[in-house]
Structures are given as structure tokens and as C-alpha cells.
Design a protein around this ligand. Structure first.
Ligand code: PEP
Ligand code: MN
Length: 449
């Protein structure tokens, strides 16, 4: 490709920099910001454009019902928690869920970690007040620190660079785990046997036994192919901080097209999907598969305009709507949206985020979610698509591989009083390891009906 084409692609990206961008931090020092941005721009991409194209084709398969997408990970990653054990346990949880879902759906499960870049958070208020002291809100480790002091809460542009390195190290380990033998389906299945051997989970024994039989059958047939030993695994995060996403956006040397190389799949949140804003402009200019979160407040006309802007060519796999309506709202709010959008001829992938419409404050004062609501929203999502003859393409879940106590309910029956035991999230409450697996078993049951 020519230098002029290079220049044009990057110039079109830069032109969007003047648009209003919601949820951006106020960096205290312009010179330090420029130097952090320049540093990011000098670093290698975290992902390869060709991988983004592969994921796009997988998302397209999910839109047709020929694959099922599992996106999962922390609400907010932190630098401190980017340890080998934590990363391993999160990957392990996602692999375990995927194995169960593959059996339930009888189609490949597209595994996407909400990780290696999920370091920035939108906030409902720019400030936080505790005992009369008001400080800037925590916006994710990419911006400031969670600790409630002025120094910690002051945005520091060098954190953008740290987020890059933490993402790079995370992705490196994820690639090692998923390609180097850790992800072998036979191990994953053994881990799942451990889960059902716990008496609290005996309800899932039958499904686990069926999977066991299928595994034994494959083994008896001598099946020992690569797909058993390794797995594709993609990274995803909310493209929130444009000072991080823009410098990591590169011209693909194969095609001259722009890709955001900070992750394979990036999404625009419910609070930044303004059609005239900088975020939608940004994602419309990169070729990654793109997600947009939609709450029950989403207006059909706005969503149709979004499709025209982000997916003008109606390219399969390009656009995914991640709906997060709430367990009690999904059956009322989702049908019209899906019907009108499908009727417009758009080909989008529909994914259910059963977390963000179901957050509440517990009596003891913790921000929590009830496992029952999470399951109920997925159930509603499936029912709506079944009723319309459209395709439920996947789920998007906030989870951790650790035994935290942040969401109530599940077979372990976590109570409000338990939340205080291991409430470790710096943002939204996550399903713990057991709750995540339980969700996978329940969704597998829904899929196999
Ligand atoms: C999130 O995914 O953590 C989030 C903030 O979601 P939403 O944009 O749907 O509120
Ligand atoms: Mn969240």
C-alpha cells in the first residue's frame, strides 16, 4: 500500500478527535499525556489484524446459529490482580464453561476473555464522596488508583502505558495457556467432573455424565486432534479511553485498513454510544468486530442509525449488540428492538449481558447481583429470540476464577451476610468460579432444548 493511503487512514482517525467524547478523564498534565500517547504509539500491536478478521468470521457464524459466543472476565481488571494465578483461574473458568456450552449448543463456542485491556470504567458521577470528602471517581487502573486519597485518585497518564504492559503480559500468558497444552479438553473435562462431584451441584450430574460419555466415545475412537489440545481464545474490552485506543490503532500492512490492535473485539458502552460522539466515530473507522451495549432505554431509531454508521456494508460478524436489559425487563424491551432491527435487513449478532441490568445495593450496603436474576435474564433472552425466530448468539458475563463473594445466590447459596467475606471487585460484582460454572450448566440446558 502507498504512503498516501496510510496517511489518509490515520487522518480520518485524527479527524474524530474533535468530537465530544463522554467519560474521559481530565488529565492534569498535557505534556505527560502527549508523551504517554507517543510511547503507546511506538509499541508493537497487542493483536494481529488477521486474528480480528478470524474473530469476525466466528461472530458471523454465531449470528447464523453456527457458533455460540462466551465473553467473560472482570468488570475492571487491576494491575495488582494481573498475576499468573488469577489469569490462569479466569482462563480455566472460561474454558470449563465453554466445554459445557459446546456440549449444550452442539456448535463451537467462541471464547472471548473480557481481559487484557479492561482497565477503564465509565462512572455515573465524576466524583465520589466519603464522609464529607469528595475526590475524583475511580475510573479504572488505566486512569487512577482505587485507594481513596487525592494522590491516588488523580489521573496519571503514565497509567496508559502500564495498562499496555499489563495487557501484553496477560495476553502472552493467555496465548501460552491456550496453545501450550493447558487448555486440553480432557483436562477441562476433568475439572468439570470436580465441579459436579460437589454435592451442591448434583443437579448437574446428569449433563456432566452425558459429556463424560461423549468424551469416552471420542477417546475410544482414537480422536486426538489439535482442536482437543489447543483452543482459539480472543481478547475484548470496552473501547472507552480514546487516549489508549487511538495510539494503538494501526494501519494493517496487508490491506491499508485501520484496526484497533489493543484487543480483538472492542465494544462501546451504554453510556458512550451517542451516535454523534467520538466513541461511535472511532469504532466506525476500525475494522475489528465491534460490540455495542444496549439497555432497555435504547430507541429503535438510534440503533438503526448506529447500524448505518458502524456497519454500513452489513458485513456479517461486524456488529454485535450486547443487550443488558434486566431480568424483569428483557421480555418487554427486547422483542421490539430485535424485530425492528431484523426487519431492517441488518445482520447483527445478539449477545446477552445478564449482569448490568441486574445490579442493586444489598441491605448490608454492597453493590451486588442475584444469581437468580442473571439466569432469569438469559432465560428471557432465549425466549425472546425463540419467539421471533432470531438467533441468541452468546452471553457476556462478569466473572472471576476466584472464590469471591460478590453476587448472592447460586448452589452455594451466598447470602447478603456473606458478601463481606470476600468482596474484592473494584467495580461491579462478579460471578465466582462456582457460580460461573453453574451458569454454564444452566445455559447448556437452555441451549439443548
Ligand atoms: C460494563 O460492561 O462494565 C459496563 C459498564 O457496561 P454498560 O456499558 O452496559 O453499562
Ligand atoms: Mn461492569
Amino acid at each position: 500500500m502507498s504512503t498516501t493511503q496510510h496517511h489518509d487512514a490515520l487522518a480520518s482517525l485524527a479527524a474524530g478527535a474533535d468530537l465530544p467524547a463522554a467519560q474521559q478523564p481530565v488529565w492534569p498534565d498535557a505534556a505527560r499525556l502527549s508523551s504517554a500517547v507517543a510511547e503507546l504509539a511506538s509499541y508493537p500491536p497487542l493483536v494481529f489484524a488477521g486474528e480480528c478478521d478470524v474473530l469476525k468470521s466466528r461472530m458471523a457464524a454465531a449470528a447464523r446459529g453456527e457458533a455460540f459466543v462466551l465473553q467473560g472476565g472482570d468488570c475492571a481488571e487491576t494491575f495488582a490482580a494481573a498475576t499468573a494465578d488469577n489469569i490462569r483461574d479466569r482462563v480455566k473458568t472460561i474454558l470449563q464453561m465453554a466445554a459445557v456450552l459446546t456440549y449444550g449448543a452442539s456448535v463451537p463456542v467462541v471464547k472471548v476473555g473480557r481481559m487484557a485491556g479492561q482497565y477503564a470504567k465509565p462512572r455515573s458521577s465524576g466524583d465520589e464522596t466519603r464522609e464529607g470528602v469528595t475526590l475524583p471517581a475511580y475510573r479504572g487502573d488505566m486512569v487512577n488508583d482505587f485507594e481513596f486519597t487525592l494522590e491516588s485518585r488523580t489521573p496519571d497518564p503514565q497509567r496508559l502505558v502500564k495498562a499496555y504492559h499489563a495487557s501484553s503480559a496477560t495476553l502472552n500468558l493467555v496465548r501460552a495457556f491456550t496453545m501450550g497444552g493447558f487448555a486440553d479438553l480432557r483436562h477441562v473435562h476433568d475439572w468439570n467432573r470436580g465441579f459436579v462431584s460437589n454435592s451442591a451441584n448434583s443437579r448437574y450430574e446428569r449433563l456432566a455424565k452425558d459429556i463424560d460419555k461423549a468424551m469416552k466415545f471420542m477417546s475410544a475412537c482414537g480422536a486426538d486432534f489439535d482442536a482437543m489440545r489447543t483452543t482459539e481464545f480472543f481478547s475484548a474490552h470496552e473501547a472507552l479511553l480514546l487516549d489508549y485506543e487511538r495510539p494503538l490503532t494501526r494501519v494493517d500492512s496487508r490491506t491499508g485498513e485501520l484496526y484497533d490492535t489493543s484487543g480483538h473485539f472492542i465494544w462501546v458502552g451504554e453510556r458512550t454510544r451517542d451516535i454523534d460522539g467520538a466513541h461511535v466515530d472511532f469504532v466506525s473507522k476500525v475494522l475489528n468486530p465491534i460490540g455495542v451495549k444496549l439497555s432497555a432505554k435504547a430507541e429503535v431509531d438510534d440503533v438503526l442509525r448506529l447500524i448505518d454508521k458502524v456497519d454500513p456494508d452489513r458485513e456479517p460478524g461486524r456488529l454485535t449488540f450486547i443487550t443488558r436489559m434486566g431480568a424483569r425487563t428483557v421480555r418487554d424491551a427486547l422483542p421490539t428492538l430485535v424485530e425492528k432491527i431484523t426487519g431492517s435487513g441488518a445482520q447483527v449478532t445478539w449477545i446477552c449481558d445478564p449482569m448490568h441490568g441486574n445490579t442493586f445495593e444489598s441491605a448490608s450496603g454492597y453493590k451486588t447481583r442475584d444469581f437468580e436474576d442473571v439466569v432469569e435474564e438469559v432465560r428471557g433472552f432465549f425466549e425472546v429470540h425463540q419467539g421471533l425466530g432470531t438467533v441468541p448468539g452468546g452471553i457476556h458475563v462478569e466473572l472471576t476464577g476466584n472464590d469471591v463473594t460478590e453476587c448472592i445466590g447460586g448452589a452455594e447459596k451466598i447470602l447478603d451476610a456473606d458478601l463481606t467475606k470476600r468482596y474484592e471487585t473494584v467495580c461491579d460484582p462478579r460471578l465466582n468460579h462456582q457460580q460461573s460454572l453453574e451458569l454454564a450448566f444452566l445455559v447448556a440446558e437452555m441451549l439443548s432444548k
